[in-house]
Design a protein around this ligand. Structure first.
Ligand SMILES: [Zn+2]
Length: 87
């Protein structure tokens, strides 16, 4: 299987930084509703802008387009990004 390239939806960089596996208890539906990050289990830091990007967006799992990835990023994940860095 061919692996997709990392692309940062924030700055367009193709340089991944640290990859992290997130371990956390199963989110309840309520939590996932409030914070889309609560269902993210794998994430990669962009080495250029230091944003933490969920892997399904950075690597466009399920064949989503770059446009779709950017849209999801802007709509769901970007505004909550800061609190992931420090928890
Ligand atoms: Zn970036």
């Amino acid at each position: 299987m061919e692996e997709e390239k990392f692309i940062c939806p924030e700055c367009g960089s193709e340089e991944p930084g640290f990859a992290e596996m997130v371990s956390m208890p199963e989110p309840t539906e309520k939590q996932a509703d409030k914070d889309p990050w609560s269902s993210i289990l794998q994430q990669t830091e962009c080495s250029i802008c230091n944003c933490i990007i969920p892997n399904h967006i950075a690597y466009r799992w399920e064949n989503i387009s770059i446009e779709e990835a950017n849209e999801q990023w802007n709509k769901l994940y970007k505004k909550n990004n800061h609190h992931r860095k420090f928890d």
